[in-house]
Write a protein that binds this ligand. Structure first.
Ligand code: GLC
Ligand code: GLC
Length: 647
């Protein structure tokens, strides 16, 4: 172990032995102050990871130099943003926040054209834009860009580096925070580190996990989960050129980086800070659960993965403190929670809530949703959830089996039911999803499909069934309402705001046909947008419902910095929660997950302690005596009238 005092001493030794790049007097003072503040802890963490390397101190020197050069490259406007965010560190908890995730090509064509879509984003209230990976990647299959060949180059089909900077600036001026992917678990097999490794460079082979011995590979395979079992069994790929196996958790062309090598940490930190200096305000930590590996473990969520992420986060705090991390851990809820914290990821996807919203929609029962969120929703007040309903990936049913067991639900059977339901194989199901990665040995499976397809709108339109269309629209509104109000940044996935259906055209593309996640990655045309914005069909209804709820959210601070309390409704189909702000402001949301009318005693409103209670969505006053009635899939956003008038 290294003590804090030793970390501090190490810093001064480093500073005495390297020459920093030229910085202005003011910048040098800022940089040194931040080092004083953060470096000792960073050194302690790095020592835990790399202390047994004979050249540990040399790596520290190199790292400090890397931090200083990136700080000297940071533009004035970004440094200004750093100061603003340091003065308002939980800016991402505001009720104003609304996110959207888009593919540059599918949403706009290219980076230049994306600039022209800014007014569209603003009309909806979007101020957080996650651009799916836009870096240079292999032609053909690149796992949707998640196989990066060069973090500093833009995929030429989307534009160039200048276009990206111009877009980042335009977004910032429009008040939209740019979020980019930090794909740091692996590179593509075409990254220059990988090509050098294939050419036999031993130093570059050490950037990855290479094994000569098949027996060793098989030992790892005994304990590691298969992520894409329909692509390849096990987690390794044989490279004939070097007669070795390389670790590939995902596709064969995605090579896992070897973070037990400190040179990899420094090299990737340099890439990360380059991305920060483009002008993004959030980095999405792709596949972060997998970044640390140890024999005879699952190689997921290991304690040192957390230490590593803390190290990256500290480097950001030193160079680019306005940039926050978003955790993409699609794992057991207890493990998801461990990545969330001021020292690791300030933001995190909320995969538990996402999966259980779909679960409740299928079962019409809310007990698993309520019990699970009671256990797992609360996180540090310094952080926030990124709530979502759909994303570019599949839906994995990552709930806690023990919570389910207590409610008499068998996890494995229930997952089988959910897969059957959402792939339309269950009699009476409204959903039209597609299975993803069925594992022949374990029977595991996940589900893909757009919001409109999974909630029954697509099949209702196909069969021209007006009643079913009405129900599906209410299901979509129900899910959106929770996403917007339960606490966190609501993240809309491209096209779902327009009620887009599944897109089966991927089946004709040889590079996509085996990856059914493409079914929910549709191209969005101007006419799709025009139809939703001014048409009169179901798509327009989806858009209008969403827009109405967004404007209510953005006008009421109780949707921002407030605590969430999951309530007992004692009604199997109803789900309710309260939002309680520090100033006493409160909101009560009640949702009916059944298509039938349901009632609940109005005494549930006691939590608001108000004489007059109004539903923000209909502006109707609630009679606080007797029962409150909710029609099929109804949602109520209840608030005291006084507060509503204030807003
Ligand atoms: C993440 C991405 C997914 C990708 C994987 C490997 O989970 O969301 O699309 O396949 O990482 O990079
Ligand atoms: C697995 C991984 C997750 C990834 C997904 C891609 O669920 O845990 O990180 O996004 O696979 O399908």
């Amino acid at each position: 172990m290294l003590t804090f005092a030793q970390g501090h001493k190490a810093l001064h030794q480093v500073l005495n032995t390297i020459e920093l790049p030229k910085l202005s007097k003011k910048d040098e003072a800022i940089f040194l102050k931040r080092l004083e503040q953060h470096f000792p802890k960073l050194a302690q963490n790095l020592y835990e990871l790399y202390g047994d390397h004979y050249d540990f101190f040399l790596h520290l020197q190199q790292l400090v130099f890397t931090l200083a050069s990136n700080f000297s490259n940071r533009k004035l406007a970004l440094k200004k943003r750093d100061n603003e965010r340091l003065a308002d560190p939980t800016w991402y908890r505001s009720e104003q926040m609304l996110g959207m995730a888009v593919y540059v090509d599918l949403f706009a064509g290219d980076l230049k054209k994306l600039k022209t879509k800014i007014p569209y984003l603003q009309q909806l209230g979007v101020n957080y834009l996650h651009l799916m990976p836009l870096y240079l990647c292999p032609e053909g299959d690149s796992d949707g860009g998640y196989a990066v060949s060069d973090y500093r180059k833009v995929d030429p089909r989307l534009g160039n580096e200048k276009d990206l900077i111009a877009l980042a600036n335009a977004l910032r001026e429009a008040g939209i925070s740019l979020v980019l992917d930090f794909v740091f678990n692996h590179t593509s097999n075409e990254h220059q580190w990988a090509t050098a490794a294939i050419a036999g460079d031993p130093q570059m082979q050490d950037f990855y996990y290479f094994f000569e011995n098949q027996h060793e590979v098989e030992e790892y395979n005994q304990t590691c989960r298969e992520i894409f079992p329909s692509v390849r069994r096990g987690s390794f790929t044989y490279i004939p050129k070097v007669k070795k196996w390389v670790w590939t958790t995902f596709n064969n062309f995605q090579w896992d980086l070897n973070y037990s090598n400190p040179a990899v940490f420094t090299a990737i930190t340099d890439e990360m800070l380059f991305l920060a200096n483009i002008g993004c305000e959030g980095l999405r930590l792709d596949a972060l659960a997998f970044v640390w590996k140890e024999k005879w473990t699952s190689c997921e969520n290991l304690p040192k993965a957390h230490t590593l992420i803390e190290c990256f986060s500290t480097c950001l705090k030193i160079v680019a403190p306005s940039v926050v991390f978003k955790s993409e851990a699609i794992v057991h809820p207890d493990e998801v929670a461990k990545y969330i914290g001021k020292e690791q990821c300030q933001l995190s996807y909320n995969p538990l809530q996402m999966a259980l919203l779909w679960e409740s929609l299928a079962t019409r029962e809310t007990k698993l949703l309520s019990a699970s969120l009671k256990k797992s929703f609360e996180i540090s007040q310094d952080c926030t959830w990124v709530n979502y309903i759909r994303c570019h990936d599949d839906i994995g049913w990552t709930f806690d089996d023990d919570v389910a067991q207590n409610l008499g639900i068998d996890g494995q059977d229930h997952r089988r039911f959910l897969n059957q339901f959402y792939t339309g194989r269950f009699e009476g199901s409204f959903a039209q999803g597609v299975p993803f990665q069925e594992n022949p040995s374990t029977g595991d499976c996940r589900v893909c499909g757009s919001l409109a397809a999974l909630s029954g709108l697509e099949s209702a339109v196909e069969s021209n069934n007006k009643i079913e269309m009405g129900l599906a629209l209410k299901r979509i509104r129900l899910l959106n309402s929770i996403n917007l109000s339960i606490g966190g940044i609501p993240l809309i996935y491209q096209g779902d705001e327009l009620g887009m259906f599944n897109d089966h055209s991927y089946l004709e593309d040889p590079y996509k046909k085996d990856d059914s996640r493409w079914v929910n990655r549709p191209q969005i045309t101007d006419s799709d947008i025009a139809e939703a914005q001014s048409g009169s069909g179901v798509q327009a209804q989806v858009y209008q419902d969403l827009k109405q709820m967004v404007s209510i959210r953005q006008a009421n601070p109780v949707f921002g910095q407030a605590r969430t309390q999951i309530l007992d409704t004692y009604r199997s189909n109803l789900f309710a929660y309260a939002r309680i702000a520090n100033n006493g402001d409160k909101l009560l949301a009640i949702c009916n997950f059944s298509e039938h009318q349901r009632r609940i005693p109005a005494s549930i409103c006691d939590i608001l302690a108000a004489e007059k209670v109004v539903d923000l969505l209909t502006e109707k006053q609630i009679n606080q005596y007797g029962d409150i009635e909710l029609k099929g899939y109804d949602v109520l956003w209840l608030k005291t009238e006084e507060n509503q008038l204030k807003a």
